[in-house]
Design a protein around this ligand. Sequence first.
Ligand code: COA
Length: 374
Amino acid sequence: MAKQLSGAGLRGQVAGKTALSTVGVSGSGLTYRGYDVKDLANNCQFEEVAHLILKGKLPNERELSEYKQRLKSLRSLPQPLKEVLERIPKDAHPMDVMRTGCSVLGNLEGEQNFDQQQDATERMLATFPGIICYWYRFTHDGVRIDENTDDDSIGGHFLHLLHGEKPKQLHEDVMHVSLILYAEHEFNASTFTARVCASTLSDIHSCITGAIGSLRGPLHGGANEAAMDMIEDFTSPEHAEKEMMGKLERKEKIMGFGHAVYSDSDPRNEIIKQWSKKLSEDVGDDVLYAVSERCEEVMWREKKLFCNADFFHASAYNFMGIPTKLFTPIFVMSRLTGWAAHVMEQRADNRIIRPSAEYTGEELRPVPPMHERD
Ligand code: COA
C-alpha cells in the first residue's frame, strides 16, 4: 500500500514498483538488481552493469564481449544529426545539446514498435558520447571529429573523442567507476519523468529527452558542475573553510551536499572520493583535493550534511581534463541505462501515471460579462 504523502516534493511517497534498484534499503545503501553498487564499482566495467540493468543479468565473458562489440559498431552519427549539431551555438548549454541530439535521433531512427526498445537504447548508449563531443569539438575547436574510435569502452571512447587521443588506463578505469555510480537510482526526478512519459505509451526517445530535461537542473544532475564552479575559486583549504562558513551563514545552498533519500551518507561518495584522490596524486595536485576534503569536513561539522555522489566527481572529472560544462552530459551517458530500463519496466506493467492534486484555488464562480471585468 502507498505511504501517505509526507510533505512537499512527494518526499517519502511510494509512487510505483521497481525491480531495478534500492536506495537506502540494503547493502552500502544502493543496489542494482540485488548487487551492491560498491561491489559492482570494484569488480565490473560499465558495460557489464549496463547489461545487468537493461537485460537483467551480469553478462558472462562471451556476452560482454558481444555486447561491447555491438555497442562499438553503433557509434556512427547520421549525417543530418551532425548537421543539426553544427548549428547549435557554442554557448548553448551542453545538456540542451544532449536533449536535442536525443530528440533528433528519435526523428531519424524512432521506434516503430516497443520490440525495438533494446535496439534503440543500445544506439543511444553508443551515440551519446559522439553527440556531445561532435558538437563540442566542432563549436570550440573548429574540427569535425571522426565519431568512431576503436576504444573498447563507452568511457574511454568519450575521453578519446574529447581529447583527440586514447585515454590512459587510469582515466578509463575512473570512467567505468563513474558511469557505474551514476547508472541507476530508483525514482529520482529524471527517472520519474521518463516513467511518466512512458506511461502514456510514448516512444523511448521522448522518454529519454524528457529525462535529460529534468536532469539538467542544479538540484539534480547539474550539482557536480555547480560544485566545481565553487571549489575552483578556493585557493587553499583555509580559504575554502572561510568561504564555506560565509555561505552557511548566508544560508546558501551548497551544491554536491545533502540528499533527498540518504540521511547520513551517500554510498557513491566514498567510492568516487578514493578515485579523486588517486587522480589528484597522479596529476600532482596539492590544492583541489585538499580543498574538497575541507569542504566536506566543514559541512559535516557545521550542518551534518554529507557529500553526495556529485561532490568528488567534480574534482575527479577536472583532474581528467574534462571541461566543467560537460560533467552533466557524462551523467546522461550513464543514467540512460537506468532511464531506459525504467521505461521498459513501466511498459511491461503499465497504467498511465496520473496523480491528483489538492486544489488551493478559487471557489466555483460564474464567468462575469466582459464589461464587469477589471
Ligand atoms: N546546502 C545547504 N543546506 C542544505 C543543503 C545543501 N546542499 N541540502 C540541504 N540543506 C538544508 C536545507 O536547506 C534544509 O534546511 P532547513 O530545514 O533549514 O530548510 C535541510 O538541510 C534539510 O534538507 P532538505 O531541503 O529537506 O533536503 P531535500 O530532500 O529537500 O533536498 C537536495 C535534497 C539534494 C535537493 C538538497 O540537499 C540540495 O539541494 N542539495 C544541493 C544540490 C545537490 O547536490 N543535488 C544533487 C543531489 S544527488
